[in-house]
Design a protein around this ligand. Structure first.
Ligand code: ADP
Length: 409
């Protein structure tokens, strides 16, 4: 058995909840667990009326339980961060164990750490946020470009709201389910939606030696600007700031070895795509489009932009192709086939059609993309899309004379 979030939860069942009957899990004190390789982060609801002594005792017992579970499974943890939150979700106390120098948890807004166990500011990251949105990291020099990533795929769209992030996310989750090591970067710096679509909830980013540790959820390593800025403030980036924000996410995230890095781009044809083309060696781009004429017109512009930037267009996906109602019937609302026709016209591959369904909408809102792979029409649509993307990637690499880069059994 390997060490997992479930191992941590199981371990915390052995820790009594101060001021309540039962253990941390049964008493509802455990609110959130995240595990990223050897870094553990846990959030506990501060029990009503708990004394400082109770808190210290719970903290040391929780730490011992997690360490012992890890040791039992042959894992040496680098860091455990235990945070106590109030009913509003604000962090009121933090304990950090085993973190090497340079490891910090990004403080939640309004948190008040105690002097000995409190938050330290996030360190080692360039502050690229728009004025007034400071959770103030300190600037740092350039870092090396993304190493050890075999395929970088950008997912773009001419328009917002056509399901670009949804396709990027499910592409990432589906590839990971096939056994690949996958990263997902929310490059949609103007309207990051991955915190919701991935169900990141109250998770906070962790920085180790000046690098952001990606969130490991649904089998995918992910990073989003949505977790580095105030979620309620508008994101207004001028050109250089947009460049900096994108660069920071790509270069200052500890992606490690990846088979695929999927990048969810902002809609349209702007600065970010240019930055991306300059700094990353892309394997190709996927263009998402809905069937309507207006969406097609914008998707044509997006496709041509990728081509002008020298990025191979792997193909076009028609999202919201048709509607499947609760009655199981198909309704052709937007004019199914429009994106396929557009792809033919542009002489780029068509990668498949994804229907509009209540289930997909619900799983997205609930941050549970894994549920899209439980079987049925949506699963088939995504599996087909993923196979075609893999096929196109192999074709592209053969064209470049490299031969197929990836074999997934
Ligand atoms: P974009 O990234 O293009 O702005 P999103 O992926 O954020 O779009 O999708 C916008 C909304 O539409 C989200 O709520 C998402 O869950 C929903 N959505 C996208 N595609 C589908 C689909 N095929 N079926 C149902 N809902 C969808």
């Amino acid at each position: 058995m390997s060490f997992s979030k479930e191992s941590i939860t199981r371990a915390l069942r052995g820790v009594p909840a101060a001021g309540a009957s039962g253990d941390l899990v049964s008493a509802g004190v455990l609110k959130w667990v995240s595990l990223c390789e050897t870094y553990v982060s846990v959030k506990l609801l501060m029990p009503q009326g708990a004394t400082p002594g109770d808190i210290s005792q719970m903290t040391s017992m929780a730490r011992a339980a997690i360490e012992s579970a890890a040791t039992d499974e042959g894992v040496k943890l680098d860091s455990i961060i235990l945070e106590f939150i109030n009913d509003a979700g604000d962090v009121v106390r933090t304990a950090r164990f085993g973190a090497p120098a340079g490891v910090n948890a990004a403080p939640a807004q309004g948190s008040q750490g105690s002097p000995d166990m409190g938050h330290r500011p996030i360190g080692g990251l360039a502050d690229t946020r728009p004025a007034g949105q400071t959770r103030a990291p300190t600037p740092q020099g350039a870092v090396e470009a993304t190493p050890s990533i075999r395929n970088i795929i950008a997912v773009g769209a001419g328009k917002g709201g056509v399901g670009k992030s949804t396709i990027a996310l499910n592409l990432a989750v589906g590839l990971a389910r096939r056994g690949a090591s996958v990263g997902l970067m929310d490059g949609d710096i103007y309207g990051p939606s991955l915190p919701t679509l991935l169900g990141l909830g109250a998770m906070e980013p962790i920085v180790v030696d000046g690098k952001l540790q990606p969130f490991l959820v649904h089998g995918v390593k992910s990073m989003t600007i949505g977790k580095l800025v105030d979620p309620d403030k508008p994101l207004i980036w001028r050109g250089p700031m947009a460049h900096g924000a994108f660069k920071q996410l790509a270069e200052q995230t500890n992606w490690g070895e990846l088979d695929y890095l999927i990048i969810d781009l902002p809609p349209g044809t702007g600065d970010v795509a240019l930055t991306m083309a300059q700094m990353l060696k892309l394997s190709g781009a996927v263009v998402v489009c809905t069937p309507q004429k207006v969406a097609q017109d914008d998707a044509v512009r997006a496709t041509k932009m990728f081509q002008q930037l020298g990025i191979e267009v792997l193909g076009v996906v028609e999202n919201m192709s048709f509607f499947i109602g609760d009655d199981g019937k198909e309704y052709d609302i937007f004019g199914k086939g429009g994106a396929e026709f557009m792809a033919q016209r542009l002489n780029v591959p068509f990668l498949g059609a994804v229907p509009l369904t209540m289930g997909l909408r619900k799983n997205s809102d609930e941050g549970n993309p894994t549920a899209n792979f439980a079987g049925g029409t949506i699963t088939r649509a995504f599996e087909e899309l993923i196979s075609r993307v893999e096929g196109q990637l192999n074709l592209v690499s053969m064209k470049k004379g490299r031969g197929p880069t990836l074999t997934i059994s």
